[in-house]
Design a protein around this ligand. Sequence first.
Ligand code: GLP
Length: 246
Amino acid sequence: MIKVIKVKDYDEISAKAFEVMHELISEKPDAVLGLATGSSPIGLYKLMIKDHKENGTSYKDVRTYNLDEYIGLDRNHPESYYSFMHRNLFDELDIPEENIHIPSNVGDIYENCDDYNRMLDEANIDLQILGIGSNGHIGFNEPGTSFDSVTHIVDLKESTIKDNARFFDNDISKVPTQAITMGISNVMSAKKILLVASGENKASAIQATVMGPVTENVPASVLQNHPDVIIIVDEEAAGSLWKQKR
Ligand code: GLP
């Protein structure tokens, strides 16, 4: 079941998302988190860091599993998801490095997919954080991905490459064309899922996710089949949903 929370702007999305995160960490200090990259969760991550620094909330027993990673970028490249996560979260919290898991794009990537699936099978993620692509992708599961998919290699859609060019000097030729991503069935195994979306370029994907048919053409629509999903959107991402009862 999807619960949609509509708020005014990005800051309110982050504050609401932090409430959900904080409740979990308070109740279960050794929680297992599924984490996402992209601009959407950065506000949440900032609040986690602020709370850790100001109130001493500890993440020392938390384990994390990231959704995805580009293929063909060194992990020290500033736009690798390894760098992104360390810069925006891990470097500022007390999660031991051995508790952090990000799909590896080094060596035999098919083998890495199998290894990651084995880890996820044992992990039992308590809370999976998600953003959403403007085409409805979650992680890097592009439209058309099987709902039964597990960690796999993907060819990124042109729209995703264009969307993400902003992180690569707006130069499409610099954006990796492939990635390794958790599959949809891995995502759906999480006990609770929290998706955050902001801005009008997410409105049609959110509308299709919440109101549309459950279809592999809109990967996020699978969330309708999950028992515990919260989607937090701002006015712009809510689009026409905003006009409906709040
Ligand atoms: C990338 C990531 C997704 C993320 C999406 C949206 O494609 N693989 O996990 O949800 O970007 O990013 P943003 O939040 O910056 O709009």
